[in-house]
Design a protein around this ligand. Structure first.
Ligand code: MV4
Length: 450
């Protein structure tokens, strides 16, 4: 039985294509939406229907709730898949979908609200016996309280915005004397970026790994985890390479982190696919930092090692079908790795490089998956993020995955715009990367000239 008859995909680019593919395999009709800048996008050809939702700027198209809802009403869809970014973690959008009797393919409105507030998510984690970084139990109202808590947990500390994201509204205070300035700077930045100046405090974990657990939860309280992704390789809070399993996680740690993630999801009454983010320190301690209530860019590495189509599962869950897997059904097979290929110039501080792709030759062969909407003749618009696609490999071991990734990167030809392909070839040759010695400072430390 198919879960829905028709779904609208409220996104663009590779993730729109990814969701349309899942719909097609489930026998569900898809409706693609596009801005004027995406008129010639290839994902539109894969969908059963398409609707123009306005001019190029996201605010007037992909972020305009009334346009998306109008497109959904006109095409009479039963559900909307938001992809990632744009409206995917907007509780107001999820609420409007609900009031229009359109199923939002994602978590409940309450899930998005509660977990989108990082201080609330932290409190929930503490209440569910999930390890958190030592810090303030709640939001910190003023400098005096902040100083008192910081002295208690010990410097250095990190002041974080409750509405934070992408590292904004985050400041380090290494010692008492710089605390007040850092506290005020974090609040001001948070007020400007998120219209919410609330902050909380955590002890600073130096050079952590970023390890996240994928979970799936159905509407009946069943929750499973699908192992971890190591996303330690980042530059300015943009992930570059993701892999599963993490070179730093063994079966025992995976079981403990997985149980923590499942406990948190159960405590919040979570529904759908979600990701619980942890920091892993040098001693192998893990600490909850936040939960993402969407499908993530890097979801394919988990799909490759588990064999589970996460987008199809999102759709099934949203239609009210119980989970088809129990925890003991989940086996991690081999090793998967993903490189995000961006239209950016690594030699110019990763500046966006929009323009026309005059030649596009995709890699292939054993163990290679390419999720990309780009093609020869495609013009990369300057209005959106610069993701051209994701190159994913899946092999028996990490060593083999690295060899296949290097080979696939060598085969991959994109002419007309600058891309991050050559940068990845360097990363994959790096001694520390090959050894699996990664932390969130790796790129800045080893690969960017100051
Ligand atoms: C931290 C941290 C160290 N200690 N929290 C960055 C964005 C937000 N998602 C959380 N982040 C961090 N939180 C404590 N207590 C270091 C980071 C961090 C980071 C985390 C994951 C991946 C890359 C990062 C790069 C810089 C800082």
């Amino acid at each position: 039985m198919k879960p829905f008859s028709r779904i609208l995909v409220a996104n663009r680019g590779e993730i729109a294509q990814r969701v349309i593919r899942a719909c097609r395999e489930l026998g569900i009709e898809s409706v693609a939406v596009y801005s004027e800048a995406d008129r010639h996008a290839s994902y539109l050809d894969l969908a059963d229907h398409k609707v123009c939702i306005g001019p190029a700027p996201s605010l007037n198209s992909y972020l305009d709730i009334s346009k998306i809802i109008a497109a959904a009403e006109i095409t009479d869809v039963e559900a909307i898949h938001p992809g990632y970014g744009f409206l995917s973690e907007n509780p107001q959008f999820a609420e409007i979908c609900q009031s229009c009797r359109i199923q939002f393919i994602g978590p409940t409105v309450d899930n998005i609200r509660q977990l989108g507030d990082k201080a609330m998510a932290r409190e929930l984690a503490m209440a569910s016996e999930v390890p958190v970084v030592p810090g303030s139990p709640e939001i910190v109202e003023d400098e005096e309280e902040g100083l008192r808590i910081s002295r208690e947990i010990g410097f250095p500390v990190l002041i974080k915005a409750v509405a934070g994201g992408g590292g904004r509204g985050m400041r380090i205070a290494r010692e008492e004397s710089t605390f007040v300035a850092a506290y005020q700077a974090a609040r001001t930045e948070a007020a400007n970026a998120f219209k919410n100046s609330d902050v909380y405090i955590e002890k600073l974990i130096e050079k952590p790994r970023h390890v996240e657990i994928q979970i799936l939860a159905d509407s009946y309280g069943s929750v499973i985890h699908l192992g971890e992704r190591d996303c330690s390789l980042q530059r300015r809070h943009q992930k570059l390479v993701e892999e599963s399993p993490s070179p730093a996680v063994d079966d025992d740690l995976r079981a403990r982190m997985g149980a923590s993630a499942v406990n948190l999801a159960k405590a919040s009454g979570y529904r759908g696919a979600g990701t619980v983010e942890f920091l892993l320190d040098r001693e192998g301690n893990y600490y909850f930092i936040e939960m993402n209530t969407r499908i993530q860019v890097e979801h394919p590495v988990t799909e490759m090692v588990t064999g589970i189509d996460l987008v199809q599962e999102q759709i099934r869950i949203a239609s009210g079908v119980p989970l088809r897997y129990r925890q003991e059904d989940i086996k991690i097979n081999g090793h998967a790795m993903e490189c995000r290929i961006n239209a950016e110039d690594p030699s110019r501080d990763f500046a966006p490089s929009p323009g026309k792709i005059v030649d596009f030759r995709a890699p292939g062969g054993m163990g290679v998956r390419l999720d990309s909407h780009a093609y020869s003749g495609y013009t990369v618009p300057s209005n959106y993020d610069s993701l051209l696609g994701k190159l994913i490999v899946h092999r028996d071991t990490r060593e083999e995955a690295i060899l296949t990734m290097r080979r696939a990167l060598d085969e991959f030809t994109i002419e007309g715009v600058h891309t991050t392909i050559p940068f990845y070839s360097e990363v994959l040759q790096h001694f520390h990367f090959v050894k699996g010695n990664l932390d969130t400072g790796f790129i800045e430390e080893y690969l960017i000239d100051a």
